[in-house]
Design a binder for this molecule. Sequence first.
Ligand code: HEM
Ligand code: FES
Length: 343
Amino acid sequence: MSVSYASILWNKQKKKYDLGILIFVLSFTTLFFGGHVILHPDATFETIFIRNFGLLAFLLLHVVLIIGPLARLNTKYLIILYNRRHLGVTMFIMAAIHGVFSILNFHSLSNINPIKSVFLSNLNYDSIIEFPFQVLGFTALLILALMATTSHDFWLKNLGPKLWKSLHMLVYLAYALIILHVVLGALQNETSPILFGVVLLGFVSISSLHVYTGLKERNVDEPIDTNKSDFIKVCDISDITEDRAKIFTVSGERVAIFKYDGKLSAVNNFCKHQGGPLGEGKVVDGCITCPWHGYQYLPHNGQSPPPFTEKVATYKLKLEATEIWIDPKPFAEGTEVTPIMIL
Ligand code: HEM
Ligand code: FES
C-alpha cells in the first residue's frame, strides 16, 4: 500500500512467483529447441529462436488475459493474479526479444533504416496472403512496451487507478493485433495444424471465459426496484456469509455490503489500488481485504488503516426485520458510518 515507493518490494511470495515464471520460460525454450532439433533438423537457429520467443510471449499473454475471469470464478486462481504485472513484464520481454531479432534477421540488410523497412518493405495491404503482418506485431509491441513501463505502482499513483486501468485495457487491442499478426503471417505458410489449433483454442478460451464472467456479473448488476423510497431493498441478512460481502449496483456504482462481527457495513466495491473487487474479498483482522493484492479498508469508514491513506466511499444501510436496505447516495470517501447491528 502506498506510503512510500521502493522499486520492487520483494517478498517470499514474489520470489516464488518469479521463479515459477523462470522455470516455465526455461522449460518451454528447452523443449521447443529440443523438439525442433529432433523433428525439424534442417530449421535454422534464427528461425527456431524467433518462433520460440514469439510463441512464449503469445502463451504468456493468454495467461495474463485469462487470470482475471478465472480468479472471479474460483478464488484458488488468485495466487496467479497476485503478481500478474510480473507476468506482463516477462511477456513484454519475450515479445521484445522476438520482435528485435525478427527485425535484425529480416530487415538489417535493407538499404533503409530497419524500422522504416518494417513499414515500407511490404505494402500489400490489399492481400491476405502477403499482408504486411509485421506492422501489426510492431504496433502490438509498442502497446506492450507502454504497459510494461507504466506497470509500476509509481504510475498507478500518479495517473490514478481509473486512467491507469483504462490504459492497461489496451492489452485487448494488442491481443487483437497479435492474433492478426499470427493469422496473416505465420499461419499463411504453416502446413501443420498445431499453430492453428493453439490460436483457435486460445481465442475461444479467452472470449468464452470473458463472456461467461461478464454475464455472471450482469446478474449481480441487475438494478433493484427503488420502491419510491430513498432506501433500496437489496437482500436478506442470510444471503451474506460471515466476513464476506454481496455486491450490488446502486446508482450506477458497485457497492459491497459486508457482514462481520454481528454488524453490516457498505463500501464502494472499487479498490483504490488497481480496481480489484473489494466485495469478492473478506474481512481479515477487522479489515476488508482486497482479493487481488491485499489492500485493506476499515468497513465502517472505508479508510485504509494508518499509516496507509487510501479511502473508498461508504453507504448508509438500514435493517427491516431481516431485510437489508441501502441508501444509494454515497458518502464522501472515508466518511464514518455507524455499522448496522444484527440483533
Ligand atoms: C517488432 C515486432 C514484431 C515483428 C517484427 C515480428 C515478426 C515476426 C515474424 C517475421 C514472424 C514469422 C516467423 C516465421 O514465420 O517463422 C512472426 C511470427 C510470430 N510472432 Fe511476431 N513479430 C513482432 C511482434 C510480435 C509480438 C508482440 C508477438 C506476441 C506477443 C508476436 C508473436 C508471434 C507469434 C506467436 C508468431 C508465430 C510463431 C510461429 O511461427 O510459431 N510477434 N513474427
Ligand atoms: S486491486 Fe490491488 S489490492 Fe486491490
